[in-house]
Design a protein. Structure first.
Length: 624
C-alpha cells in the first residue's frame, strides 16, 4: 500500500485562541503544528515520488508561518518562472469538483491540462489583512477541476503572451481602484446585489454587504423549480459579560446581544466559475462568501468564512456571534448534531415562564440566554412547513468546519460563536482571563432546502444527503501543492493512487471513515498488501434532493428488489469499492481492530443492515 493511503484523512485545523494556561496553549499549538507539518511533508514526498520520480519538491499552495499563524496563499512566481506545476489530491472515496485557486504575480496566465492550453478566470486579490478591504495589484487564477476518488491531478500554470484569461467583474462599494477590472453587470438593483450558481442564488445588501436571502433552485428530485426565497438576514452580534463575568468555562451574557458593525464596505468578484463577496463588518471582522458550481454539491450551498482578530480595536469582556435570521417557522424546535452521526432535538421553552429558585436565590430566570446554547460538532438546522402549503418541509442548515456553540433564540434563527475575549477568571480554575487571542478564521456552509415530504417525526430527523456531502468535504479538503518548473507531458492529467479511476463512486451515504495498514498475523506472513478499513453508512432525511450524481445505497438496494424501507439492507461488493484490486480477501474485525473470529472470504460483500452503521474489516489485495 502506498503511504498516501494512510494519509488520506489529512485535515488539520490549527487555530489556538486561548481557554487554557499560556504554557498549555503554546505547547498544544507547537505540537499540533509539528504534527501538521510532518504529515504535510510525508504527503508531499509521496506525491513527488509517485509523479516526478523525486525530481521535484512540492510546497503547499497555502502556507503557514508560526504555530499560531493562519495559512495564507503562496504567491506563485509565474512572471519569472513562466511555468509552475500544480498538484491537487482528493482524499475522499468520491469524485470531487473543486476550483483551482492560485495567487499569481501576472495577469498573462492560462493553464495547461490534459486537454491542452485553457483560459482561466482571473480575479483580483482583495486584501483584508489590515481590517480594510483593498484590491491589490496581484491576481488569482481560478479554474475548475474534477478529481477521481483518491486521485491526483496535475496541471501547469503558464505565462505566455497569447494567454487571454477571462477577467471577473468587480464591484467595490467604496469606489476603490479596480486595477484594470470592470464592474460589468454587477451594479446593485434595489439596494441589493445577487450572485448565483446553478443550485442557489444569494442576495447581499449593497449598503453593508451582509447576506439577506437564499433562493434554492432544486426541489425534491423534480428538477429545477421556483422554490420560495428564504429570507436569511446575517448579523454579527456581541454579548457583554462584565457584570457576573463570563470566563473560559462559563458563558454569562448580561442581556440580549447587540449588533456588532461599523461602516460597511463590500467588494463583489463574479466570474465564469464562481463568485466571492468580501465584506468588512468592522475593524475586527471580515467575512468572505463563496458560491460556485464547482463545489461537489452542484452549487447548492454557500460558504461563509469569518476572519476574526479581536486584538483590533477596543474589544474586551464580550462574546462575538454570527446570527442568521430566517423565515422558517420552526415552532421552537432546533436540531444540533451530537457526533456527526446523530441529531439532538432542543425545544425552546415559552417566554415569560415561571421563575426558579437556585441555591436559595428565588426569582431567577429558569431559562437564561446561556441555557439555549448547545454544542454543534458539524451541523445544526431549523425546519418547518414549506411556504405555500402542500405539506412540504423547509429547512435551513448551518454546517461548521469546527465545533462551536449554537442557539436558536427565536423561530427560524441560528446563531453560532466566533470568538471571545475576557479579562477575568470565572472562578472555575483557570485563574486568569482569556486574552491570548490570535487572528482566526471560522468557516460555515449554509444550505436552504425544500422537500415535498412532510416534516419528519423528531425521532426520525436526520441531516439531508446534501448536508452529509458538505460535512465530508469540510472534514477532508482537497490538498493543493505547487512546484516551480513545468511538469513532464506524461505527468499532466489524472494519476490514481491505490484506487483506480472509476465511473461509479461509492454510494453517497457510504463513507470511508478510517483506513490503515493491517497489523494481523496475515499481514506479517503474507506478501499481500493488507489493510484495516472502517466504513460508515449514514442515516439521512428522505425527500430532500441529493447533489447531482449522488445515489444513496438505499436506492440501489431498492432497485435490486430489496425490501422497501428508508434504509433497506445493502451489500457492498468489495472488488467494486477497491477497483485497483483483482481480488480481495475479507476478514471481519471489531471496531477496535481486533479479530472478530470470522473466516476469510474471497471477494465477499460487506453487509450493512441498518443506518447508521459502522462496519470494520481487514482485507488483502491482489493488485491488477
Amino acid at each position: 500500500m502506498c503511504p498516501m493511503c494512510v494519509m488520506y484523512m489529512l485535515c488539520v485545523r490549527v487555530a489556538n485562541s486561548g481557554t487554557a494556561k499560556g504554557s498549555v496553549v503554546n505547547d498544544y499549538a507547537m505540537k499540533l503544528d509539528g504534527g501538521f507539518k510532518a504529515a504535510q511533508s510525508v504527503l508531499s514526498e509521496d506525491v513527488s515520488a509517485i509523479l516526478f520520480n523525486n525530481q521535484m519538491q512540492l510546497k503547499p499552495l497555502s502556507q503557514r508561518g508560526g504555530p499560531k499563524d493562519l495559512a495564507v496563499p503562496a504567491l506563485v512566481p509565474l512572471s519569472t518562472q513562466k511555468t509552475v506545476t500544480l498538484v491537487h489530491y482528493n482524499p475522499t472515496a468520491r469524485t470531487r469538483k473543486v476550483l483551482l485557486r492560485a495567487r499569481v504575480d501576472t495577469e498573462s496566465v492560462c493553464i495547461r491540462g490534459a486537454n491542452g492550453l485553457q483560459n482561466v478566470q482571473l480575479n483580483p486579490v482583495v486584501d483584508a489583512s489590515a481590517g480594510e478591504l483593498a484590491i491589490s495589484n496581484q491576481f488569482e487564477a481560478v479554474a475548475p477541476l474534477e478529481i477521481p476518488a483518491f486521485g491526483l491531478i496535475v496541471t501547469v500554470l503558464v505565462s505566455e503572451a497569447e494567454c487571454a484569461p477571462k477577467k471577473a467583474d468587480v464591484w467595490d462599494s467604496g469606489n476603490g481602484n479596480l486595477h484594470g477590472f470592470s464592474s460589468g453587470s454587477l451594479a446593485p438593483e434595489g439596494g441589493a446585489i445577487s450572485v448565483s450558481s446553478s443550485g442557489l442564488t444569494a442576495t447581499f445588501g449593497s449598503d453593508d454587504g451582509m447576506l439577506r436571502s437564499l433562493h434554492s433552485l432544486t426541489d425534491s428530485g423534480s428538477g429545477k423549480a421556483q422554490v420560495p426565497v428564504m429570507r436569511t438576514k446575517e448579523q454579527l452580534m456581541e454579548y457583554a459579560g462584565q457584570k457576573s463575568h463570563s470566563g473560559a468555562y462559563l458563558f454569562r451574557p448580561q442581556g440580549p446581544a447587540r449588533p456588532h458593525a461599523e461602516a460597511g464596505h463590500c467588494v463583489v468578484v463574479r466570474g465564469e466559475y464562481g463568485a466571492d463577496v468580501y465584506t468588512k463588518v468592522s475593524g475586527a471582522v471580515t467575512r468572505v462568501a463563496h458560491l460556485s458550481d464547482h463545489d461537489s454539491v452542484d452549487g447548492a450551498s454557500l460558504r461563509m468564512d469569518y476572519h476574526v482578530n479581536l486584538n483590533n480595536g477596543q474589544w474586551m469582556d464580550k462574546d462575538l456571534m454570527v446570527r442568521y435570521e430566517t423565515d422558517v417557522d420552526s415552532h421552537g424546535e432546533f436540531y444540533t448534531d451530537l457526533n456527526n452521526f446523530q441529531m439532538d432535538k432542543h425545544i425552546r421553552p415559552p417566554a415569560g415562564g415561571p421563575q426558579c429558585t437556585y441555591f436559595d436565590r428565588p426569582g431567577q430566570d429558569c431559562h437564561p440566554i446561556q441555557s439555549h446554547f448547545f454544542p454543534m460538532v458539524t451541523s445544526a438546522y431549523v425546519q418547518g412547513p414549506a411556504k405555500g402549503g402542500g405539506g412540504g418541509t423547509q429547512r435551513f442548515t448551518v454546517h461548521s468546519m469546527a465545533p462551536c456553540a449554537t442557539a436558536s433564540l427565536q423561530d427560524g434563527w441560528i446563531e453560532a460563536g466566533l470568538d471571545r475575549k475576557l479579562s477575568k477568571d470565572d472562578e472555575k480554575g483557570l485563574m486568569e482571563g482569556v486574552t491570548d487571542n490570535v487572528p482566526t478564521t471560522v468557516s460555515f456552509v449554509l444550505a436552504a432546502e425544500t422537500s415535498a415530504a412532510p416534516i419528519p417525526a423528531a425521532a426520525a430527523s436526520h441531516p439531508s444527503l446534501l448536508s452529509r456531502r458538505v460535512v465530508e468535504h469540510g472534514n477532508r479538503p482537497v490538498v493543493a501543492m505547487f512546484a516551480e518548473g513545468g511538469g513532464t507531458a506524461a505527468s499532466i492529467g489524472v494519476t490514481t493512487t491505490w484506487q483506480q479511476a472509476s465511473a461509479a463512486d461509492w454510494p453517497c451515504d457510504i463513507s470511508l471513515e478510517s483506513f490503515r495498514p493491517g497489523r494481523s498475523a496475515q499481514a506479517q506472513s503474507s506478501q499481500k498488501r493488507v489493510s484495516q478499513t472502517w466504513i460508515y453508512r449514514s442515516s439521512y432525511a428522505t425527500g430532500f434532493a441529493p447533489p447531482s450524481a449522488c445515489v444513496p445505497s438505499a436506492t440501489a438496494a431498492a432497485a435490486a428488489g430489496a425490501q422497501h424501507s428508508s434504509y433497506p439492507p445493502v451489500k457492498l461488493e468489495v472488488t467494486n469499492l477497491f477497483s485497483a484490486c483483482a481480488s480481495v480477501s475479507v476478514v471481519p474485525i471489531s471496531l477496535g481492530g481486533a479479530a472478530a473470529g470470522g473466516a476469510a472470504n474471497m471477494n465477499a460483500a460487506v453487509q450493512l443492515d441498518t443506518a447508521p452503521e459502522v462496519a470494520a474489516f481487514e482485507f488483502s489485495c491482489d493488485h491488477k
